[in-house]
Design a protein around this ligand. Structure first.
Ligand code: GAR
Length: 211
């Protein structure tokens, strides 16, 4: 009998439906991701992702921005909540606020974000619709390390999604979501296996067993 492998403790930040959170919970349940969700934090009280967390038996915290005078104060509270739950890596999953250095400096190369476009194209809150409106033929999904700007930082993984002539935004969104739900847990698993190395803006993924 061998000891159970150590599970990376994740703090998942959300603002909405939490389908990416669900894909992470599912991957853990299936044994595909050596992690555990220690806490889910939302800046919106009505985010359905909070309910997903509760259903999975994970602590769900609504941190109301109205309770804090500045974004810096808010981010300090975020950091405290992450610390209280022993979080080792922060996963932004549809979290629509800026993270400051108050959080980032506590988790160097341990804060991930997912974005529904091929960054650096179409950053922001409506990456899918912006790409569709621009008429690009390919868009996709990006998983990257977060920094102090929206949707910036060294890129860990990207996958292309084609936009066909008759596609609606909703159709592209659905395909993007299904890619997100596959590649985000996979990227987090690379972090759990300590296989990601950051060299400036460039990220190297070590082969299995080399970490
Ligand atoms: C996801 O598509 C994610 O890529 C996007 O928000 C959605 C959240 O969905 N994030 C951004 O646009 C960040 N700029 P979910 O709540 O169902 O996981």
């Amino acid at each position: 009998m061998h000891a159970e492998a150590k599970k990376l403790r994740l703090g998942v930040l959300i603002s909405g439906g939490g389908t990416n959170l669900q894909s992470i919970l599912n991957a853990i349940e299936l044994g595909e991701l050596d992690a555990q969700v220690a806490v889910v934090i939302s800046n919106r009280g009505d985010a359905y992702g909070l309910e997903r967390a509760r259903l999975a038996g994970v602590p769900a915290v609504f941190l109301d921005p109205k309770g804090y005078a500045t974004l810096i104060d808010y981010n300090h509270a975020l950091r405290e909540t992450l610390d209280e739950h022993g979080v080792e890596a922060v996963i932004m999953a549809g979290y629509m606020r800026l993270l400051g250095r108050e959080v980032l400096e506590a988790f160097p190369s341990r804060v991930l974000n997912i974005h529904p476009a091929l960054l650096p194209s179409f950053p922001g809150a409506s990456g899918v619709a912006d790409a569709w409106k621009a008429g690009v033929k390919v868009t996709g999904v990006t998983v990257h390390f977060a920094d102090e700007k929206f949707d910036e930082g060294p890129i860990i993984a990207q996958e292309v999604v084609r936009i066909e002539e008759d596609d609606t935004v909703a159709m592209v969104e659905a395909r993007i979501h299904s890619v997100e739900h596959r590649i985000y847990p996979a990227a987090i698993q690379l972090l759990a296996q300590d296989r990601i190395r950051v060299e400036g803006r460039r990220v190297r993924v070590l082969p299995r067993g080399d970490a």
